[in-house]
Ligand binder design. Sequence first.
Ligand SMILES: [Zn+2]
Length: 237
Amino acid sequence: MRLYFLHLGTMQPGDIPVPGYLIQTDDGTNILVDTGWPLSAVDDPQNPPGLSIEIRPEDTVLARLKEIGLQPSDIRYLVCTHLDDDHSGNHDLFPNAEVVIQRQHYELAKSGHPRFAANRASWDHPSLKYQLIDGDYELVPGVELLETSGHVPGHQSVLLRLPVSGNVLLAADAVMHSSMSDAETRIIFVTDMDDEPTIRLSTRKISDVAHREDALVVYGHDPQQWPTLRHSPSFYE
Ligand SMILES: [Zn+2]
C-alpha cells in the first residue's frame, strides 16, 4: 500500500497548506481523500477578508494525480472528510468514484446548511454516487475511516496501515495543527462548529487511536508539519 501527500494549494497569510491524499492498495485500488478548493476560489471576492488562496497549475487535484500517472476514472473511492470549501471543491471531477461520507454530515449539508453551500455544485453534482456510512468503518483492509465529529458534525479521519512506514492517521480538520492535539488544552478554532465537548472528544479519539496504533498523526492544516512530509510524486509505503 502507498500513501501520497498531495499539495493542493496554500492559504495566506501563514503558508497554510491545503492537502489531499491518495492511497493506493496492493491490488491497485485508488482511494482519494478530499479534493481541495475549486479554482474559482482564487481571487474570489466572496472569500473572507484577509484570506488569500493560492493554487498553482501543479496544485490542482488533476495535475497532482496526473503526476503519479492517474486520471479521474482511476479513482475507485473518494473519501470526503467533510464538505468545507477547502476539501470539496472538485468532487464533481470524479463521477466514476464512490464518494464515501458520514451520513450525518451529508444530511446536514444536503439539508441546505449555508456553511456547505459554496461548493454545492461540485459535491451535489447529479453524476456523483454517494456511499453514506455511520461511524467507524473499514473501507478496505488497512484503511479505516474514523468518525470524528467536532470541527463539523460527521467529520471523518482516516487510519491506514502501511507495511513499511507504519500506521498513519490522517486527522484532517479534527485536529488542524499540532498545537491543537491535546484534548484538554486545545483552542476551539473559529471554524469549529460542534459544541466544545464534542470537539474535545474527537481530539481525544485522535490521540487515543494514535497512541494505541502507534500512528503518525498528520494534521489537517499544519504549516510546520506539512513541509516535513514527503510530497507526491514521492510516497510512503
Ligand atoms: Zn480545512
